[in-house]
Design a protein around this ligand. Structure first.
Ligand SMILES: *Cc1c(COP(=O)(O)O)cnc(C)c1O
Length: 459
């Protein structure tokens, strides 16, 4: 008999979970204004809000913490971290920052000017925020494949070279860089193929435009290249990562994802001028350039995390768990962005709550229902997150309206996946009884989803 698949690690430390009653959850959600970001973590049973900073560190990472060097300048921790970044990505210059958006803030402060245009394959919300707050425009150039959630293609995160070329052509001299996000978070954790990465860099460079890789889940992307793209099956994840970055000019990284640390990020680049420019913004925003908002111990843990999470077995364990959850949803007929992504399952809320109009935010409503059902905190990646158009101030209803079930790294077991799938099935089975959604009572002018206050409309 063939032995079944099992995790490539065992558990050394545990944290108890708390359950609650439906009546408690009704009360808590009301107090949270129907925005799960406003819930206390104690009010949550299984937390799928994000895979950002929620992973479990390894014994090697915990031991690396003890060796942290907290010297203000020139700490050994920085040099260990810098060595790993240079080795994995092949970049020359490295600036630590306290998280991914801080890397964006530092680099974009140097690069983005008012009126600029920055194309990208579905900019992440903070990336878009850092472009738009500088009065520049972020233009999405993701392939149209990504819009059809039921289409099974291996690299749905790809850039549409046609859309990209159109933007580059129409805005010559006004595009400071292009953002290439791996994996493409916004459309469902969907990977970008090596072929597409190379073609995108080549096209940008033809127009004299540099490429910045938004790298939060680069290792998961490398795993998909290895397992789905011809010619990569025999390469290691580290070889693939190096090749992915060979033509890129710079990267920003939220290390809270594929770095498996609770806080951290960085900028790396091959361009000395950019490095010198970004350094000037690192110092006032993040701190001196050898710590950039991070503790020495955290830089140590990140160095180990990057090394560990570019090993095949670690990624296989993770992606297998996400695929397992997807297989349960298949069994129950629940529609999600296909094929399953790297870090999460994105349920197509528009196809579940068909009775609820866009104006009443179906995915946000489904997020509330799942929490009420079983205390599971998922996240809306839809019309609420899409925010308003900065010029017209209209809601942006053009994209997908998804409920994201985001799986923290090395935290939950496959039994938790069973609970999640069953809870979602229960909501799915009574979907026709859910006839009204939510209405906005208060919202912030930028990145409203974190703090928005909502009202549940009467059924
Ligand atoms: C999380 C994320 C960011 C922002 O990083 P933070 O560490 O949350 O600030 C940027 N881009 C992508 C693709 C991300 O997933």
């Amino acid at each position: 008999m063939e032995l079944p698949f099992a995790e490539s690690w065992k558990i050394k430390m545990i944290e108890p979970l708390r359950k609650s009653t439906r009546a408690e959850r009704e009360q808590w959600l009301k107090e949270a204004h129907y925005n799960v970001f406003q819930l206390k973590s104690e009010q949550v049973y299984i937390d799928l809000l994000t895979d950002s900073g929620t992973g479990a560190m390894s014994d090697r990472q915990w031991s690396a913490l003890m060796l942290g060097d907290e010297s203000y300048a020139g700490a050994t921790s920085f040099y260990k971290f810098e060595e790993v970044v240079k080795r994995i990505f092949g970049m020359t210059y490295v600036i630590p920052t306290h998280q991914g958006r801080a890397a964006e803030n530092v680099l974009f402060s140097y690069l983005v000017k008012e009126g600029n245009v920055v194309p990208g394959n579905a900019h992440f919300d903070t990336t878009k925020g850092h472009i738009e707050s500088r009065k520049a425009k972020a233009i999405d150039v993701t392939t149209d494949d990504a819009k059809d959630t039921q289409l099974e293609v291996p690299f749905k995160g790809n850039v549409s070279l046609e859309k990209l070329e159109k933007v580059l052509k129409e805005n010559q001299g006004n595009v400071p860089f292009m953002v290439l996000t791996v994996t493409n978070n916004t459309v469902g954790g969907q990977p970008v193929s090596m072929e597409n990465i190379k073609a995108t860099c080549k096209l940008c460079h033809q127009y004299g435009v540099p490429v910045v890789m938004d790298s939060a889940r680069f290792a998961e992307n490398a795993y998909f290249i290895k397992t789905r793209e011809a010619g990569y099956a025999d390469k290691t994840i580290k070889e693939i990562a190096l090749e992915m970055y060979a033509d890129a000019d710079a990267m920003t990284m939220s290390a809270k994802k594929d770095g498996i640390v609770n806080m951290g990020g960085f900028i790396a680049t091959r361009n000395k001028e950019w490095y010198e420019g970004a350094k000037l913004f690192c110092i006032p925003f993040e701190g001196y350039i050898t710590y950039g908002g991070m503790n020495g111990r955290d830089l140590n843990a990140l160095a180990v995390g990057l090394d560990e999470n570019t090993e095949f077995e670690m990624l296989e364990t993770r992606i297998h768990q996400v695929a397992y959850l997807a297989s349960l949803l298949d069994e129950y007929g629940i529609p999600y962005q296909r094929p399953a992504g790297g870090h999460a399952i994105f349920v197509d809320a528009d196809k579940v709550l068909t009775q609820i109009p866009k104006e009443e935010f179906p995915a946000q409503t489904l997020t509330c229902e799942l929490y009420l059902e079983a205390g599971i905190r998922a996240c809306e990646i839809g019309y609420m997150l899409a925010d308003r158009d900065p010029v017209t101030r209209e809601n942006r209803f053009g994209g997908l309206d998804l409920l994201r079930l985001c799986i923290p790294r090395r935290v939950y077991t496959d039994n938790h996946m069973k609970v999640i799938a069953a809870a979602l099935k229960n909501v799915y089975d009574r979907r026709m009884d859910i006839t009204r959604g939510v209405a906005i009572e208060w919202e912030a002018p930028l990145m409203r989803h974190f703090t928005v206050q909502l009202r549940r409309l009467e059924q």
